[in-house]
Write a protein that binds this ligand. Structure first.
Ligand code: HOZ
Length: 428
């Protein structure tokens, strides 16, 4: 059996940084990434046979926990009918109908394979539909790695202190306007000056890629009004929040109807599946009906659809999201209480099965607030917890995720580990 350290060294010889997605490399927190052998329920088991309570949940998809028997069975059944057809299926229609039923703003939807693909396609559609080039995003929000969106972005870009990626032509980046999250004045000033040039505004309604930062209801309302007034499309990136903070996503919580919605993670049940959808008149601008091209060999892949549909069916159980929210709140309250016992400054916030931990004395409202958090305290807490068998995302700029497999015993075990971790922090 190889150790995590040996595997990491081996991986780095053939994979850049030893990982296939940058945050996994532990660069912000230091140390050796855990190589995962398998996972079940709330636990991941690493290459050294250690069981870790998992608060990453594959960065959001695993809302039922890992290896849920009904999801696995659906995947196995679908796989026996072939792994891909490149032709339409009944199951895709059912998935589209389900998404349209659950997401208030979605009248038509197209399935793709990743959140990046969905965000990139929504952007092209917005530009094609409006005939405008400029787009607006918010500092610290991350919408996948399409060129136009890698400007002052969150997630791995914040983690590595390089928020605007190399390789993005200046000519592309100049069409992306970046504003501060939750800042109404900046929004109003931009629309007053350039409203008629803006194809769309894309936003994470609750940001999950600069930790967990809640959009103010007033700011969201004003954003909706300004987009309508100026003919710009409002795109909500619900890749993280969709089907997780509530069954109908953040749009259900806020009671706001974006023009387009980007979805991923939970709808794929852990398989590569994402989607974008929204107003039917806008969606009809897509090829083959309209002039905006978008396509994919694996779009609507039958095995991914089977996993996603099973997961969506299971999370529709009455009270599912309420229970998930209660579990997450119990965890947050327990962590704050443990931090207080040991004199550590910690604030928390959560919605449904998504949460944020801040080593700061106030909840962040935007990226500059978040960046003022105590990174050193986060790093030490991360490792102290990991040593005690609890696995948080290895970056201060990522939200955390709870699943329905995190039962009382798992939360108790986490809180016990956290007590020890805060005690270690307090000792300095
Ligand atoms: N961009 C993801 C977190 N916001 C990380 C995905 C991954 O590393 O799997």
């Amino acid at each position: 059996m190889s150790s995590n350290a040996e595997l990491f060294e081996r991986a780095q010889r053939t994979i850049p940084g030893g990982v296939n997605s940058p945050v996994r490399a532990f660069r912000q927190v230091g140390g050796v990434p855990r190589f995962i052998e398998r996972a079940e329920g709330a636990y991941m088991i690493d290459a050294e046979g250690r069981r870790l309570i998992d608060y990453i949940g594959s960065w959001g998809p695993m809302i039922l926990g890992h290896a849920h028997p009904e999801v696995l069975e659906a995947v196995q059944r679908a796989a026996t009918r072939s792994l891909s057809f490149g032709a339409p299926t009944v199951d895709e229609i059912e998935m589209a109908e389900t998404i349209c039923e659950l997401m208030p703003a979605v009248e038509m939807v197209r399935l793709v394979s990743s959140g990046t693909e969905a965000g990139m396609s929504a952007l092209r559609l917005a530009r094609g539909f409006t005939g405008r080039d400029a787009i607006v995003k918010f500092e610290g929000c991350y919408h996948g790695h399409a060129d136009s969106l890698l400007v002052k972005a969150g997630s791995g870009l914040l983690t590595f202190g390089n928020p605007s990626s190399g390789g993005v032509p200046a000519d592309v980046a100049r069409h992306t306007v970046v504003l501060e999250y939750n800042n109404v004045e900046q929004l109003e000033a931009l629309f007053a000056e350039r409203g008629s040039e803006l194809a769309c505004v894309i936003v994470e309604p609750i940001a999950g890629n600069m930790n967990f930062v809640r959009g103010d209801a007033n700011w969201h309302r004003r954003l909706r009004e300004l987009c309508t007034e100026h003919g710009s499309l409002l795109i909500w990136d619900e890749v993280m929040t969709g089907f997780r903070v509530a069954l109908g996503g953040a749009q259900q919580l806020y009671g706001i109807r974006p023009d387009l919605v980007v979805m991923g993670k939970v709808i794929g049940g852990g398989m590569p599946l994402a989607a974008f959808g929204g107003r039917a008149d806008v969606m009809r601008a897509l090829s083959p009906l309209g002039a905006v091209y978008q396509a994919g060999t694996l779009s609507g892949n039958p095995v991914a659809v089977a996993a996603g549909m099973t997961q969506l069916r299971l999370i529709r159980a009455p009270g599912f999201h309420q229970r998930l929210g209660e579990t997450t709140r119990r965890l947050m309250q327990g962590l704050e209480a443990a931090a207080t016992r040991h004199g550590v400054t910690l604030r928390t916030d959560s919605e449904g099965g998504m949460f944020g931990l801040y080593f700061a004395d106030a909840l962040p409202r935007n990226y500059p607030d978040m960046a003022r958090g105590n990174l050193d305290a986060f790093k030490r807490f991360f490792h102290a917890l990991l040593d005690r068998g609890v696995y948080l995302g290895p970056s201060m700029y990522e939200a955390g995720f709870v699943s329905s497999a995190h039962d009382d015993a798992v939360i108790d075990a986490t809180l016990q580990a956290a007590d020890g971790a805060f005690a270690e922090l307090a000792r300095g």
